[in-house]
Design a protein around this ligand. Sequence first.
Ligand code: ADP
Ligand code: MG
Length: 253
Amino acid sequence: MATLAPSQTAQPALKPAAPLIALEGVTKTFDLLPVLRNLTLHIGRGDFWALLGANGSGKSTLLRLIAGLGQAEGGTIRVGGWQLPREAARVRAQLGLVSHKLLLYENLTARENLRFFSRLYNLRGGAAEARIEALLARVGLARRADDPVRTFSRGMAQRLSIARALLHNPAILLLDEPYSGLDQAAAALLDALLGEAHAEGRTILMVTHEIERAARLPSHVAILARGAIAFVCPREAIPDAAWLAARYAEVTS
Ligand code: ADP
Ligand code: MG
């Protein structure tokens, strides 16, 4: 085997990587009520962020803006170098969204829902069918695949919506309170799914009220308060959930 000359082994000086999701000075107002005020947030490729914040603090609004659903009055939002809202279609192709609205057709079966959304993403044929079967199994719905979604519990529909969000193998996952309505077993399944998605290199931004999970699962925690990111912390710096709960109480009081 050839050995490398010293010049070939020398590492070039690394520039800090550009954030995959970058919001600068973002302002969003509803009916003269400012919800986001000059908000700045940088999320690196492969990071897993949990976003905490009180009800009505603007978390869902922020997620929707990043998903290209809605328009900010001020500031810039870039996702993977694409500018929103101008290049929203490019961004959406890279992004899976699990929102409060589960975006499922009640009268279609679980499998039919996934087939429908596959076609929207231009996924067809054997590869698409194989991915659908694998995802149904992964979210524990293989045995209910042929039942209409209207017969599903909230937790089952939530799991199907997570499978839908993963169909097109997105680089980015946005999840808005994905643990709501899940029982212990389904929540543990979601923990595992998110851990896998993170290990696979996907970038994740998850809104949650689960302080204990936020202290444990993600790579970073942020708190939204008074329209801006009022607190950011890497997971290594969080000693335990009680500490994070105390910071949350301080920042949101
Ligand atoms: P969170 O997800 O943190 O609970 P939201 O982003 O849903 O908060 O909402 C933030 C604020 O913006 C709330 O006061 C809410 O009433 C308001 N808001 C959100 N969406 C709309 C809308 N489409 N029209 C008017 N007001 C809205
Ligand atoms: Mg919300």
